[in-house]
Design a protein around this ligand. Structure first.
Ligand code: B3K
Ligand code: ZN
Length: 888
């Protein structure tokens, strides 16, 4: 193979910012190292619900800026006292966002005493109460709600933490590191002291106080270190902890085997809490988890829950090296730890379970969410250049696209060189706060591969669009394939440059065999580095069907004018399971677009026979993995489908999608029924890969049956609920009843409510079903559910289940042309703005991604955004998103 042509425009390396400078905006380019360093921090907490006293003693030294003042961040704090080297100190000024100290010596001990109110803290940032327990969340900038401090990730200090609290109410007092002292105090109180030997940034600090049940276990590392494992859950939940503990031990082992990374403390603790803004937090030695990602037994958790727990437990554990031992210099570098750690957790899940199922699920996140983010007002590179509210940048771009960037590095380097790069990165930077450039430098130096161009992925936002054409020359037996990359302007950047895009390719002959491409290989990774590039393959005997972007080797949209027959060829013969799935998706998307256009041209919906035949061949194929078959029938969501159109017609997308799904349900009805019966498991529930696949296919079949034979579906649903020994099948039956609007729906939903109303996590599945109902009464119903006995407006999980599902997964009703969906969401955001701005700023996403919608809807959405802008004390979180959306 040789490269014969290249067109590379001479484009300037500079990338223009088109967002006006805002006074509150912070810039990566403005980074300055701190003039002061903190060697150690001794914390002392006297815990009370409404007036906790925090004493902080820092050992500080000046490393630059003679006589310059020291600014310490602090928010929502009451200052009680301040001393320097033991003497009262008067040279301070309380200013917005912190305190400024002047006339300081070069080396000193600073003692600051503050008072805070954990009970009043409903933002769940800093120290707060989750139910009866105290807990913390400090990333990104929550530590400043605990004490005045240099709350930035490049300040690494050794922490000790002493906690005192009522002994009966809070028997467990936990913090980072090792427990070094404990004892009783007066008035029924007690104390525990913890010392963390590893210097760390403040965002990794954690404290928990409460009464828990604890599952203990241990792990012996490969060098023989004995590690105590402790998993703390609310009393009564011990029967739901086994899977999380197993996932932890598997993670520890996997990281030793695949990345040669070993755990470093004598103890690893995980605490599950009910009130938590996100999934979990990797605090050193003391992870704090949303209970959703810990608690599971077969009765209460689905296969998806089991897999989610494994992934999140792994993710937080893997942060111990990629995040904690080596952390970020500044928050613009967030993807340094998050993209890399997501890549590591995806690899872990793929090694433990089905690689293709994992890849499909992760690509769906990119296509359904990340591409939309990149095309909307919040578009940013994986290393953002400017930020107003840091919490707004824990995004699918930084996390998932960040992971795709690491995956591309892995594809370009191969496993061996990639691991050499990791080893060099760890050797160079252990104990440091570093940048994405440092990471790429280690990869470059270890592999000898030039990644200069590749680094543009870190600074350029947007989804590249690749158009592919080819030509076969029968005389010379050569096959040429040409790739053009188009990088469109995004909200944050006007001018774009070509990117280094790895294209994993395979060529299939007529018989479906992969053609050898040299060195005994049937696939090849091409490096597309220019705007347009042609690659030639010699000794090709016939025009092949190209299988491009195998496993989606780059986070791009790609287009090749595949005929239906060629897509069927890929579905049947591609050696990469992901590519078979993707060919099915392309076929579906082609006819989704086609049917929308038919209707727009005044014609009726229609499908060719080949379309149904293609999916019949998948469903009838006994040798195909059951999970893959189920995935092939799980088509792009209505939300995701918006990305397929320049101008979105909400109703038509909904109708065309329904038409195609119903056509398949009807045409393949007997095969779905056969598959349903064939994939019933008789053995006891196990969250094992094969069993998960069987359940997935059976429940997928049930969903389709519910669309074509409601009488049979009704019977099957009732029977499945009666006999199910697990939540996956119980919920699968409810989903079928919901989507097929079966006669039993109300009864089975009521029964579920009566059975589970005391378990909020289980009820989240029920709330989500209610919110996804395709019915004109869905919004009224949701309003009423706010008063449901299991609903708690201050719990982020409940809000995400009910409000989040409606706005993200029920787009037909969210985008109702009367504006009711937009108004409903805005009402909730106004309520949440002052209480929990982080959760509000997550929920707003579908209200700001309006670019492709019709003028009427855009106007309605903008009216709601303007309504938000007018409220008093709009949080920075919402302000940033609303203003960016309105400025487009
Ligand atoms: N690092 C945390 C996320 C913190 C979010 C702060 N708003 C969890 C994780 O990515 O592992
Ligand atoms: Zn993370």
């Amino acid at each position: 193979m040789t490269q014969i042509s290249s067109i590379d425009e001479n484009v300037e390396e500079s990338i223009e910012q088109n967002i006006e400078k805002n006074p509150q905006e912070k810039y990566l380019a403005d980074y300055k190292a701190s003039a002061f360093l903190i060697d150690s921090l001794d914390l002392d907490f006297d815990l009370y619900d409404e007036h906790t006293i925090v004493k902080a003693r820092s050992v500080i030294r000046r490393v630059a800026g003679k006589n310059s003042p020291l600014f310490l961040f602090g928010e929502h704090l009451t200052l009680r006292s301040i001393t320097v080297d033991g003497n009262d100190f008067a040279h301070y000024k309380l200013v917005e966002g912190g305190i400024e100290l002047s006339e300081l010596p070069d080396n000193f001990i600073l003692d600051i005493e503050t008072e805070i109110n954990p009970l009043a803290n409903k933002a769940f940032e800093g120290l707060y109460k989750s139910g009866e327990a105290f807990c913390t969340q400090c990333e990104a900038e929550g530590f400043r709600r605990i004490t005045y401090y240099l709350d930035r990730p490049d300040i690494l200090a050794k922490f000790s933490t002493t906690i005192s609290a009522d002994k009966a109410l809070y028997p467990s007092l936990l913090s980072n590191g090792n427990r070094v002292d404990q004892g009783d105090l007066d008035n029924g109180r007690h104390f525990v002291k913890w010392v963390d030997p590893f210097p760390k940034p403040a965002y990794l600090f954690a404290l928990v106080a409460g009464e828990f049940d604890c599952l203990t276990d241990s792990f012996t590392t490969k060098s023989g270190r004995h590690v105590a494992l402790e998993l703390f859950v609310d009393k009564g939940n011990l029967d739901k902890t086994a899977h999380a503990m197993l996932a932890l031990k598997n993670s520890m082992k996997w990281d030793e085997e695949r990345f040669n990374l070993e755990y470093d403390l004598d103890i690893y603790m995980i605490v599950a809490v009910d009130f938590f803004n996100m999934g979990a937090m990797e605090n050193k030695g003391l992870n704090i988890f949303n209970s959703k990602f810990v608690l599971a037994n077969s009765q209460s958790a689905t296969d998806q829950d089991y897999l989610g727990i494994e992934a999140v437990i792994g993710h937080e554990y893997f942060h111990n090296w990629t995040g904690n031992r080596i952390t970020c210099r500044d928050w613009f570098q967030l993807s340094l730890k998050e993209g890399l750690t997501v890549f590591r957790d995806q690899e872990f899940s793929s090694d433990m379970g089905s690689r293709s199922s994992n890849r499909i699920a992760n690509v769906k996140i990119m296509r359904n969410h990340q591409f939309a983010e990149d095309a909307g007002p919040m578009s940013h590179p994986i290393r953002p250049a400017s930020v107003i509210e840091m919490n707004n940048f824990y995004t699918v771009t930084v996390y998932n696209k960040g992971s795709e960037v690491i995956r591309m590095l892995h594809t370009l380097l191969g496993e061996e060189k990639f691991q050499q790069g990791m080893a060099l990165y760890v050797e160079r930077h252990d104990g440091q706060a570093v940048t994405c450039d440092d990471f790429v430098a280690a990869m470059t130096d270890a592999s000898g591969i030039d990644l200069t161009l590749f680094k543009r992925w870190y600074s350029q936002s947007g989804t590249p669009q690749i158009s592919i054409t080819d030509h076969f020359d029968a005389n010379s037996n050569s096959y040429q394939i040409t790739f053009k990359q188009k990088n469109r302007s995004t909200a944050d950047q006007k001018n774009k440059l070509p990117l280094h895009i790895p294209v994993d390719i395979e060529l299939l002959d007529k018989a479906g065999k992969a053609i050898e491409l040299g060195h005994g290989q049937t696939n090849k990774v091409l490096s597309l580095t220019q705007k347009e590039q042609t690659f030639v393959f010699e000794n090709v005997a016939e025009h092949p069907v190209p299988c491009v972007f195998r496993s989606l080797s780059a986070p791009v949209k790609y287009q090749y004018a595949y005929s239906d027959e060629q897509l069927l060829h890929l579905i049947s013969f591609a050696s990469d399971e992901f590519s078979r799935w993707d060919a099915g998706q392309m076929l579906f998307n082609k006819y989704l677009v086609n049917n929308v256009q038919l209707k727009q041209a005044g014609k009726a919906f229609a499908l060719p026979t080949l379309f149904v035949d293609a999916f019949n061949s998948v469903l009838s194929n006994e040798s195909l993995d059951s999970a893959l078959i189920a995935d092939m029938f799980d088509f792009i969501s209505e939300n995701g489908a918006m990305e397929l159109f320049e101008r979105v017609d909400i109703e038509l997308i909904h109708d065309a999608r329904e038409f195609i799904v119903n056509a398949l349900a009807t045409a393949l009805y007997p095969v779905f029924v056969r598959r349903y019966h064939q994939h019933q498991l008789s053995a006891q529930y196990q969250p094992a890969t094969d069993d998960i696949a069987q359940r997935k296919l059976a429940n997928c079949a049930l969903l389709y049956i519910a669309k074509s034979d409601q009488t049979l579906a009704n019977e099957l649903v009732i029977k499945q609920i009666e006999t199910a020994d697990n939540m996956t099948d119980h919920l699968g039956a409810l989903q079928a009843a919901n989507s097929g609007k079966l006669a039993c729906y109300d009864v089975v939903m009521n029964d579920f409510d009566n059975k589970w109303f005391e378990n909020g996590l289980v009820m989240d599945k029920w709330f989500a079903l209610q919110a996804s109902l395709s019915s004109d009464s869905v919004l009224d119903n949701i309003e009423q559910l706010f008063n449901h006995r299991s609903f708690d407006y201050s719990n982020p999980n409940r809000l995400r289940a009910l409000v989040g599902t409606f706005v993200n997964a029920n787009s037909y009703y969210f985008h109702a042309i009367d504006g009711s969906g937009y108004q409903f969401l805005t009402d909730q955001l106004i309520k949440l703005n002052s209480q929990n701005p982080q959760v509000a700023a997550r929920l707003i996403t579908p209200l700001i991604q309006f670019k492709r919608l019709d003028a009427k809807r855009i106007e309605l959405m903008k009216a709601q955004l303007n309504r938000l802008l007018e409220i008093e004390n709009l949080s920075l979180d919402l302000y940033e998103k609303v203003t960016k959306a309105l400025s487009l």
